[in-house]
Write a protein that binds this ligand. Structure first.
Ligand SMILES: Cc1cc2nc3c(=O)[nH]c(=O)nc-3n(C[C@H](O)[C@H](O)[C@H](O)COP(=O)(O)O)c2cc1C
Length: 186
């Protein structure tokens, strides 16, 4: 009886897993994001919901205080980092196993029209070659294009797909774009 129950559980698990894989056209999707004040995190969760991807928070070893984020202060941590193209804030936690994913969305808040330097740390610490990398961002009004251009120039070896600013974007437009960059998502 116990063996039967176990067999039933295994078969159910296999079927469910196959169904999930089918929904994503066999593509395994990761939605990795950095968010200092929660806006990009909310966009990432929405995106993961829509695409059936897994959410992963890119977490700096030292989190950003509001003083760190003060763009009016030339000496604040964010100002100093963004003024230094070589700055690579350390990450917390252990390295993520990206081998398991085919499509990796990378989300961030626009800082000084760029991706925060911790995004560079994440990209350089993981082997992203051969994967589809899809940038997305939130901002106070700036577009995403300048930050994407910069990332593409810094990492030309990566396979970049069309990026998207997700500021108050509705589900239908997010889904349309996700379908374009990763055909067959959910
Ligand atoms: C240091 C810093 C620099 C910023 N620079 C810009 C910018 O250049 N253009 C813009 O539209 N918004 C800028 N913002 C606003 C953020 O992009 C926006 O509030 C974003 O949605 C925050 O996301 P988060 O809550 O995930 O951190 C900046 C914010 C900070 C803290």
């Amino acid at each position: 009886m116990k063996a039967k129950t176990l067999l039933f559980a295994i078969v159910t698990l296999l079927i469910t897993n196959t169904q999930i894989m089918a929904q994503n056209n066999g593509k395994r999707i990761l939605v990795a994001y950095f968010s200092a004040t929660g806006t990009t995190a909310r966009a990432a969760e929405k995106l993961a919901d829509i695409t059936g991807g897994e959410c992963y928070a890119i977490t700096p070893a030292r989190s950003y205080t509001s003083a760190d984020l003060n763009w009016n202060d030339r000496r604040s941590r964010s100002s100093v980092e963004m003024n230094d193209p070589k700055s690579r804030p350390a990450l917390a936690g252990k390295k993520l196993d990206v081998a398991a994913y085919d499509v990796i969305f990378i989300g961030y808040p626009i800082w000084w029209n760029l991706a925060p330097r911790v995004i560079n740390t994440f990209i350089e610490n993981h082997d992203l070659k051969g994967k589809t990398i899809v940038p997305f961002a939130t901002s106070g009004g700036s577009g995403i294009d300048h930050s994407v251009k910069s990332l593409k120039a810094e990492y030309p070896e990566l396979n970049w797909a069309e990026g998207k600013l997700l500021n108050s974007l509705g589900e239908a437009s997010i889904r349309q774009w996700a379908e374009r960059v990763a055909p067959g998502v959910k």
